[in-house]
Design a protein around this ligand. Structure first.
Ligand code: CTP
Ligand code: CA
Length: 216
């Protein structure tokens, strides 16, 4: 039977993984995100009874049980998939979205007398900030912040700038990206709560309980 802490009747959106931004048809810009933390969060939310839509960049992970997965490659595709999946009661944007894409990626770039190519980058849309301004803004909007220094200060500033409810700040200066454990700080309107380093599955379970309590 459904218990009192459950997420039955809710639809929750999770983004996870990196995005790949083509340089040409055979090359891309990427980052070290493994998708593990986002997939673990999607799994934990589904275990609490939520209907979960997981929008995943290119990762080598199995789809968690009971989760609807939509695979995307680029930031622009991720943005379109997020918009198409609305409305949602909550969104947890764990993806490490590429900040820039290569302008005018065309045919395969050839080596030649001209020397190395110059890549012209343009900024990708901020999917999370866009969602915060949307008429379909989820009731609970959570961003992640991967930082290598001044973790809490940067995360606090990001929370205000993006107008989201919580930022889960992530110190990625160690082996976090790709690793199995995570040290996070939960930044909300009420201040900062630092959690001890724990497995990503444990972070996910604890966060899912928090989300259930907030949506109740
Ligand atoms: N995010 C997003 N779309 C982007 C960039 C980031 O939705 N184009 C989301 C991420 O999924 C994450 C949050 O915004 O939930 C913070 O991402 P982060 O990269 O830490 O923030 P940026 O604003 O890109 O700042 P910077 O990389 O310069 O620290
Ligand atoms: Ca970024």
């Amino acid at each position: 039977m459904a218990d009192a802490t459950g997420l039955e009747e809710t639809h929750i959106l999770v983004t996870a993984g990196p995005t790949h931004e083509p340089i040409d048809p055979v090359r891309y810009l990427a980052n070290r995100s493994s998708g593990k933390q986002g997939f673990a969060i999607a799994a934990a939310l589904a275990r609490l009874g939520a209907r979960v839509t997981l929008i995943a960049g290119p990762v080598t992970l199995d789809t968690p049980e009971g989760v609807t997965r939509i695979d995307v490659e680029t930031a622009l595709e991720m943005q379109a998939a997020v918009e198409a999946a609305l409305p949602a009661d909550a969104a947890i944007m764990v993806a490490a979205v590429a900040d820039w894409r290569v302008e005018g990626a065309g045919q395969k770039i050839k080596k030649g007398a001209g020397g190395p190519p110059v890549l012209h980058l343009v900024e990708n849309p901020d999917i999370l900030a866009g969602l915060a301004r949307s008429p379909l803004r989820p009731r609970l909007l959570i961003g992640f912040a991967a930082e290598t220094e001044h973790v809490i200060d940067h995360a606090t500033a990001k929370r205000a700038r993006k107008q989201v409810d919580w930022i889960v700040a992530n110190d990625v200066s160690g082996d976090v990206m790709g690793g199995a454990a995570n040290t996070v700080h939960i930044v909300t309107a009420n201040g900062v709560e630092s959690w001890e380093r724990m497995p990503k599955d444990a972070v996910a379970a604890r966060l899912a309980e928090r989300i259930a309590a907030a949506l109740r």
